[in-house]
Design a protein around this ligand. Structure first.
Ligand code: MN
Length: 210
């Protein structure tokens, strides 16, 4: 959330004796590719957590509707606290009553490449262009910070650039399964003794058009 990544807020919100989420260690240097991950998270409100590895943490945004492949569609992305890089491997169930309690799916993962020479300057300016190389999302995208004030969480918009990967298809409905395990939300909940009925609702296609 701040320009200097730190995991104190992430750790403060969680009891690692209870939740299976990682506590986070200093990441090892020398890794070449930057990780990208989207986790479908059936918390109090279903959302998609969009994460980009940068300076040893995962910069994180919560996207209520998930990303859109349609360049004419702007998806609201609320920036949340930085997460540890190992969080990008987490799929399972956060216990009810814990922070973010509910089923988490590794909906997409891969690597990302900045399209700007200075990522820190781009983040500070509020316009980060990048290329995704994931199992589901590919090609060129941009995150643009909005001028909306009054919110503790900086609001950004995630927008697809026009390229060969742009589409009007509803990727969330077309490809609902985990990029890691091929399970649906209900299957993840079942395997981790979570709330299968609630997770199954998160698997159902949206009733309204978007
Ligand atoms: Mn979340």
């Amino acid at each position: 959330m701040s320009t200097k990544p730190a995991l104190s807020e992430y750790r403060r919100k969680r009891d690692f004796d209870v939740t299976p989420e990682p506590s986070g260690r200093p990441s090892q240097a020398g890794k070449k590719k930057l990780a990208y991950v989207i986790q479908k998270h059936d918390a109090s409100h279903l959302h998609y957590d969009f994460r980009l590895e940068w300076r040893g943490v995962l910069l994180s945004w919560a996207i209520p509707k998930g990303p859109s492949l349609d360049p004419s569609v702007k998806r609201l992305a609320a920036q949340v606290e930085d997460h540890p890089v190992e969080y990008g491997d987490f799929e399972g169930v956060i216990p009810e009553g814990e922070y973010g309690g509910g089923t988490v799916m590794l909906w997409d993962r891969g690597t990302w490449t900045p399209e700007v020479p200075d990522v820190d300057a781009a983040l500070a300016k509020g316009e980060l262009k990048f290329t995704l190389n994931g199992a589901k999302l590919r090609g060129s995208w941009v995150l643009v910070r909005t001028k909306l004030g009054g919110s503790a969480k900086p609001q950004w918009l995630l927008i697809k650039h026009r390229d060969q990967y742009a589409s009007t298809e509803d990727i969330e409905t077309l490809k609902p399964r985990s990029a890691a395990s091929k399970r649906l939300m209900a299957g993840i909940a079942r395997d981790a003794r979570g709330n299968v009925e609630k997770a199954a609702k998160a698997d159902a296609p949206p009733t309204s058009s978007r």
